[in-house]
Every structure is written in C-alpha cells, then in structure tokens.
Design a protein around this ligand. Structure first.
Ligand code: SDX
Length: 429
C-alpha cells in the first residue's frame, strides 16, 4: 500500500511529508525531514498540534469522551480490576492472570518499607512543607538507595526501580502527611491490600487500632485507577523529556511530580475544593464564580473545568460524579461542596461561554470532593493524583526508553532577540 503523504509547496519546491496513521484514526504529518529539506521548523505553542511520540499505553478520544488503558475502557477497569491489576496492565501491556497477579502483588507488598534513614530526611522538612515538595525530593532521594538499578537500558534494573517506586510511594506519601500533622509514622502492613494499607498508614495512630473501612479502601482504589494514565499530558511529557537524557527512572518520576503540582494540571483538584469552599463560606456564589471565569481581564478560572484534549465530558469526571454521590452517601452525607459543585456544573454547562469553548468538568472537578470525604487534607490531593499516575508515568518512560526512534528531547526555537551587537565600554553605556 503506498504510504499516504501531504505535499508542502515552498520556494517553488514540493516537499513530501509522509503521514503516520494510528490504530484509532489519529493521523500525523512526519516532519522529521522538514528542516533538512526547507531549513524551516514548525512553531506550536503548548504543543497543541504536535505529537511527541507514537504510544500504545492509553487512548484518549477528546470528542467522544473516551479513555482506554491498553485498549480497555476505564469504566470496565474501574469496575472489574484492582489498582495493582491495572498497574500490571499498564507496565506489561496485558492484564495478568491470577498467578501473575498474585506474584506481582506479593512483590509490591514485600517492598513497601522505606529505609529507616529516610526518616531523618522527612524530619528535616519544616512542618508546613507542601507534601508535593516532599514527594518530589523524597523520590529523587530514593534513587540513592538503589544505585545498582539506575541503568535505563537494563530491563531488570527498570523492573526493580518500578517495583520500588510503586511499593514505596504510598509509604512516603503517608510519611509526608504524618510529618505535617506531627504524628508518628505508621509502618506498612503486609496483611492489608495496597489501598487499605495506604489508608492505614495515613490515618492510623499507634495508640489505638484503626480498622480500614472497606468502602473507603475500594473508593481509594478506584480513584487511583482513574488517574493512572492519560497519554502525553504535561507531567508525562516531562517524565519522557527528562528520561530521554538517559537519567534513571527515580529522577524522571521526581520531575513528573513537580510538573503535576501546577494548578493548571494536577494541582487543580486542590484548587477546585478551595474554590467550592470559598463559595460555601459566602466569599462569592456560583453565579459570580461563573461570571469571573468568563471575564478575560480576571485571571480566575473555573478550576476543574476545561481540557486541552476533551472537548466533551471527561469520562473520568462522569464516573467520579456518580461515585461522589455514592461514597458521600456512605461516608459524609450532605457535604455542601458536592451540591455546590453540581450547581456550578449545571450553570456552566448552560452558559454560552462554556458551551462555545467546549468547557466541561475534567477529572479534577469531582475527585477533590471524594478525597475530602475520605479524610485527606486539601494539600494532599495532588499527592494522591501522583500515586495514581505513577504506573502511567513508568509505562510511558519504559515505552520511550525501549523505542528505537527515541532521541534526546531538544526542541528548536524562533529567535526574536537582538541581532549581533558589540559590547561598549561601561563608561559609554
Ligand atoms: C489535568 O492534559 C491532560 O491530560 C491533563 C489531565 C491528566 O489526566 O493528566 O487530564 C489532568 O490537568 C486536567 C486539567 C486540570 N486543570 C484545571 O482544571 C484548570 C482549569 N482549566 C484551564 O486552566 C484549562 O482548561 C486547561 C489548562 C485545562 C486547558 O487549557 P488550554 O487547552 O490551553 O485551553 P485555553 O487556556 O487555551 O482555553 C481556551 C479558552 C480560553 O478562552 P478564549 O481565549 O477562547 O477566550 O477557554 C477558556 C480560556 O480562557 N478557558 C476557561 C477555562 N479553561 C479554558 N475559562 C474559564 N475557566 C476555565 N477553567
């Protein structure tokens, strides 16, 4: 079959650009020869029109509002699988059978402890340190304990690094929280499953038993699944970019944590609850929030709304909206923030400004309300997003390191600064 191509006419020349087609209909122009043939580069602010790679990890249908991990719809994965099962899928490309899952879970469970030396690391932070600052620093620091597993070209080293990160990030997240509330660290327990163990490390105290509520553990597991991957978002692109320099997985993930922290990205889940809380406490109401969000002179955005790719309802938000209702009914009935969120959504989705711009609730709009109901402080929400996204980051990093077409990421620029000029002696400036 002849390869499809586009022809760019420039300077009375025809430049042939091969077209790359994906399995779900994505079509891209391969411009790898563009600069050699024309001396030109492309300019694409925020890379809204640029594919950085071919990928088989997750598929996002922005117009249809669908998300699939390795071909499986997230609705089915959230209903049928555990987070570690989905982690196995993302990392290996196939769902595990019972024996493979048992072996994987056992391997993760046996590595949930962090070195006792890490306690001094956490103790060194001021009490008010943001947990995302602690998590990115601790993830970088974790690399010091596994230097024999740094080589990205060694599949065994990558497997070992990925296992340590998946196993120890919840432990470190709980340590960051305990540090912030001045409580003793709680060790992981091997008799609890992944999400129950995390909730136990977060909320148990040594002076009394803390039986983990199975409803809360299941809610935590579903939340982690829904955050697990999302194609080439800002933090995943960061993990790939840093990884393309050949640095180890720990350092690449630490960079991704920092990118996720931003309020336009993973930090939005905290910003949504702060926005709803302000409305609840009378610092504005739903109508004024929508009015402010539409005012181009006001930097205020309706947090949890809008998305670079979804121009329809984010499928994760759809699941979380129903889930919020169910979980809150059990754990925290009559949470005023959920009612305010639903009112805000109703008003926005009927407003021309939002309709014209295809602005819908995204994953962060309802997730924070559920995190709050589970007892997490607002500042921990983005850490929870990072725990969920971790297997996606690792899977994308692996795909990048194993891809023979991978080169170090190094974009070009259009220089618009001064043309060449000479330094004048200081007395003449
Ligand atoms: C995540 O990429 C991913 O996949 C990310 C993520 C993942 O799983 O990894 O899905 C997770 O980060 C979700 C997004 C969380 N962020 C927020 O909720 C913050 C609020 N949303 C916006 O800041 C914004 O919608 C972005 C950042 C999400 C997307 O920004 P874009 O694609 O650059 O869109 P844009 O800023 O160019 O907006 C287009 C128009 C603009 O108006 P006009 O210039 O046409 O007049 O829509 C407006 C914007 O002003 N707009 C909003 C808005 N979002 C966009 N106006 C008010 N409130 C908003 N939330």
């Amino acid at each position: 079959m002849t390869e499809r191509e586009a022809v760019l006419q420039y300077d009375s020349k025809d430049i042939r650009l091969p077209m790359v087609e994906g399995t779900e209909g994505d079509v891209g122009l391969d411009i790898n020869r563009l600069r050699a043939e024309t001396g030109m580069v492309t300019l694409d602010y925020g890379f809204g029109n640029t594919a950085s790679s071919k990928s088989a990890v997750s598929y996002v249908d922005g117009s249809g509002g669908e998300l699939r991990y390795r071909g499986y719809p997230i609705e089915q994965l959230a209903d049928e699988c555990s987070f570690l099962e989905v982690t196995y899928l993302l990392l290996n490309g196939e769902l595990p059978n019972a024996e493979q899952l048992d072996e994987y879970v056992e391997g993760i469970t046996r590595h949930t402890l962090v070195s006792e030396e890490m306690k001094r690391f956490f103790d060194a932070f001021p009490k008010g340190a943001h947990p995302m600052a602690i998590m990115s620093a601790a993830t970088s620091a974790l690399s010091s304990f596994y230097q024999e597993h740094h080589d990205p070209s060694d599949p065994q080293a990558v497997r070992e690094s990925g296992k340590r990160l998946i196993a120890k990030m919840p432990t470190m997240a709980a340590m960051a929280y305990k540090k912030s509330v001045g409580q003793p660290y709680v060790y992981p327990r091997n008799d609890l499953d992944y999400s129950a163990n995390f909730l136990h490390m977060m909320f148990a105290i040594p002076s009394e038993r803390y039986p983990v509520d199975p409803v809360m553990a299941k809610a935590m597991d579903v939340l982690l699944i829904l955050h697990a991957d999302h194609s080439q978002n800002a933090s995943t692109t960061t993990v790939r970019m840093v990884g393309s320099t050949g640095v180890n997985l720990f350092a690449s993930i630490a960079a991704g944590i920092n990118a996720l922290w931003g309020p336009l990205h993973g930090g939005a889940n905290s910003a949504v609850v702060e926005m709803l809380d302000h409305i609840h406490h009378g610092e504005g109401d739903v109508a004024s929030a929508v009015t402010r969000a539409k005012d181009r002179n006001d930097p205020f955005r309706l947090m949890g709304f809008g998305h670079r790719v979804y121009k329809s309802y984010d499928p994760r938000a759809r699941i979380l909206k129903t889930f919020a209702d169910e979980v809150l009914e059990t754990i925290q009935p009559d949470d005023p923030l959920l009612d305010i969120a639903m009112q805000l959504e109703q008003v926005a989705l009927e407003d021309e400004y939002f309709v014209e711009r295809n602005l819908y609730p995204n994953v962060d709009f309802y997730s924070g309300i559920i995190f709050r109901a589970l007892g997490f402080p607002t500042r921990m929400f983005t850490v929870l997003f990072a725990l969920g996204r971790l297997p996606g980051w690792i899977a994308q990093w692996k795909e990048m390191t194993e891809d023979p077409t991978t080169r170090i990421g190094r974009p070009r620029q259009i220089y618009v600064g001064h043309t060449k000029r000479d330094v004048k002696p200081i007395e003449e400036r």
